[in-house]
Design a protein around this ligand. Structure first.
Ligand SMILES: NC(=O)c1ccc[n+]([C@@H]2O[C@H](COP(=O)([O-])OP(=O)(O)OC[C@H]3O[C@@H](n4cnc5c(N)ncnc54)[C@H](O)[C@@H]3O)[C@@H](O)[C@H]2O)c1
Ligand SMILES: O=C(O)CC[C@@H](O)C(=O)O
Length: 628
């Protein structure tokens, strides 16, 4: 049985309403332009929603237009650039199915024909209205004999076509739905790539955010192996709008949630989600991952990834990406600011001022020049702090578990003990690995100098809070800044509880070390791009739990992505299958880590479904997907 596709033109095959464009050309320079354009838009929407008769809407719109024949060539040029993105991607479909694709539109043939024939649609498969011109080339109306100039016209055209097969209508308007309502179509797809009309969507058999969705539903090969709109993205904790926008523009279906979710809530919400975006609050535990039936990637829109069970994610073939240096500078600037504020007792003095007390004295206030800054954890933030601190006169010492290059004149110390005994100011920048729990506790505070300044902008659990509190109260710690806490509120609406509230010369901030507009914008750009690279090409550069592979762009081939447990012999098994199916390998890329193997194979276009089944069935396969 043949499948016929009836496609609407305005806002479906093109991203715009052609009449709106014609209006902006024909009314150019006329005083009534703005008012006429607004009314044309209004009439289009009323017609599309079925709220006024189509013929009335068309008549009134044409009258407002002041259009001439000479306006058509520039209109056609503009429309050529406005073909819907997913239609542009799927030119192959229009070529292959030319015999069964029809464009039926209430617009005008004069501009529709040049656009759609370029896509490969046959000229005699275009049904649309026709303009009437006077002798001077002015548009004076339309051919009223044409059924498409009146309500129910599309149904009438299809009835006359008498197509023998299944009929699928793709359109954004009520008049497209009417074909189905008249019993003349098997399915009506509400096409929402360009506009979403609530009323039309409600009546649709299926919502198609892109042409790929229609093709996928009908098992027709399309530009993508899987429609992007079926990739569900869940973004928690107020991810920057740039990130949301990038993922939406890619065609994914994005759901946002302003706060973090607890384990139970997320374990429920994660079902059906392909990409999860979080920041530092949300714990992605193995229990959550057990329920993650479709999860491909997690984006940590921050630096820290200790909130994610990276090993469990890896074992389930879920790649995790973060933004390793997008907010580094912001944290460093806050640390520098706090070092100065605490050394000068500004915080306490400001509180007194707000209470009406004038305490002008130099006692206990010091310059930072020449003071010894001890940095624990000389990673990206620690090292950057070292450079900036040195440039304003601090004498920098650092301790790291790993061998790190000393920047500038910084002095590397061989033990934490030595650092704690040396520094006047201690700033903590270790990562949040579980072994770092209470890395600074009573014993460590004891080793510090009396009157030390202590700053923690790393992770809350790395400091023993009761020990910190008693050392501030005793005066051992003269000034303290804490930005991160073992327990943090899930959202801005939840209360903040901590033993550190109300202590002297203690700056508490709500985990905003990386919360600058610049940093959030950087992160919003960085993380979605890494995820999209992974989804679209398999590239895992910058993944924190997957072997890092940077892959070339896929050209005229299929890319098979196989993630498996790292046990001997898997590659041999994969390649035996290619040999058995006489598949030519265009390129193969492999990287392993302790736990998993990541193999990408580019093959010629043709392959059998059996090959895919057999590849999936190889023992120890974790995940498998095909890209093209
Ligand atoms: N407050 C905020 O808003 C904010 C913003 C960004 C990053 N962070 C946190 O800051 C910390 C540092 O970030 P980064 O980008 O520099 O990370 P990083 O991974 O580049 O550096 C961490 C360094 O700490 C070292 N280290 C780990 N444990 C240690 C230990 N016990 N003793 C000594 N050294 C140890 C590591 O070897 C590494 O060099 C992370 O915990 C991150 O989550 C907080
Ligand atoms: O913005 C956040 O939630 C986390 C910021 C910071 O702790 C990070 O890890 O980058």
């Amino acid at each position: 049985m043949d499948k016929y596709f009836i496609i609407d033109f305005d806002s479906t095959l093109t991203r715009v309403e052609a009449m709106d464009l014609l209006a902006s050309i024909s009314l150019q320079g006329l005083p009534q332009k703005a008012a006429a354009e607004a009314r044309i838009k209004e009439l289009t929407d009323l017609g599309m929603n079925g709220e006024i008769s189509f013929r009335d809407s068309l008549k009134e719109r044409l009258l407002l237009l002041e259009a001439k024949e000479s306006h058509l060539p520039p209109l056609i040029e503009l429309l050529k650039k406005q073909v819907s993105i997913s239609f542009q991607r799927n030119k192959e479909f229009f070529k292959q199915y030319a015999e069964t694709i029809f464009v039926i539109s209430n617009g005008f043939k004069e501009y529709i024909t040049p656009i759609v024939t370029e896509l490969g649609i046959k000229e005699d498969h275009i049904y649309a209205n026709e303009l009437l011109f006077d002798d001077n080339g002015k548009v004076i109306g339309f051919s009223e004999d044409n059924p498409l100039s009146k309500d129910g016209g599309k149904a009438e055209v299809i009835r006359k076509l008498d197509l023998d097969g299944d009929i699928y209508v793709i359109g954004d308007g009520h008049n497209d739905y009417e074909i189905k309502a008249a019993g003349l179509a098997n399915k009506f797809y509400a096409f929402t790539e360009n506009v979403s009309r609530e009323k039309v969507m409600k009546k649709a058999d299926h919502i198609a955010p892109s042409l790929e969705e229609v093709l996928f539903e009908n098992k027709i090969m399309s530009a993508f192996s899987y429609p992007k709109n079926r990739i569900k993205v869940l973004l928690l904790e107020n991810v920057h709008p740039i990130g949301v926008d990038l993922l939406e523009k890619e065609g994914f279906t994005v759901e946002e949630y302003p706060a973090g979710l607890d384990e139970e809530e997320l374990a429920e919400k994660i079902k059906g989600v392909s990409i999860l975006g979080i920041r530092s609050k949300t714990q992605v535990t193995s229990k959550v991952l057990e329920n993650a039936d479709r999860l491909m990637a997690i984006g940590a829109f921050c630096i820290g990834t200790n909130q994610i069970d990276l090993e469990a994610a890896q074992e389930r073939g879920v790649a995790v990406f973060n933004a390793p240096f997008s907010n580094t500078r912001s944290v460093v600037e806050l640390a520098i600011g706090e070092i100065i504020m605490l050394t000068r007792n500004i915080f306490d003095k400001a509180v007194l001022m707000h209470q009406g007390n004038w305490d002008k004295s130099a006692s206990g206030s010091k310059e930072i020049r020449g003071k010894k800054l001890g940095i624990i954890g000389y990673g990206n933030i620690g090292a950057q702090l070292s450079v900036v601190a040195e440039s304003i006169g601090l004498d920098v010492y650092y301790y790291d578990l790993e061998e790190k290059l000393a920047l500038g004149n910084a002095t590397k110390l061989d033990s934490l003990k030595e650092l704690l005994q040396t520094a006047d100011i201690i700033s903590l920048h270790v990562d949040g690995r579980p072994e770092n729990k209470n890395v600074i506790g009573e014993a460590e505070f004891k080793l510090m100098k009396d009157g030390v300044i202590f700053i923690n902008l790393s992770r809350g659990h790395v400091v023993d809070i009761p020990a910190l509190k008693s050392n501030i109260e005793s005066g051992k710690i003269k000034g303290c800044a804490v930005d991160v806490f073992p327990e943090e509120p899930k959202s801005n609406k939840d209360p903040f509880e901590s033993e550190l509230k109300g202590l002297p010369n203690t700056i508490l901030s709500p985990h905003i070390g990386g919360s600058t507009e610049e940093a959030q914008e950087n992160i919003g750009n960085f993380v979605p791009n890494r995820i999209m690279e992974y989804i679209n090409t398999g590239t895992t550069t910058n993944s924190v739990n997957f072997p890092n592979l940077t892959l070339p762009r896929l050209q005229n081939a299929h890319r098979l992505i196989h993630i498996h447990k790292n046990v001997p012999g898997i590659i041999a098994k994969i390649n035996q299958l290619f040999a058995k199916h006489e598949i030519n390998i265009a390129g193969q890329y492999l990287k392993t880590n302790e736990k998993i193997g990541y193999v990408i194979t580019d093959i010629d276009k043709a392959y059998s479904k059996d090959l895919i089944k057999e590849l999936r069935a190889i023992d120890h396969t974790i995940k498998f997907r095909v890209l093209y």
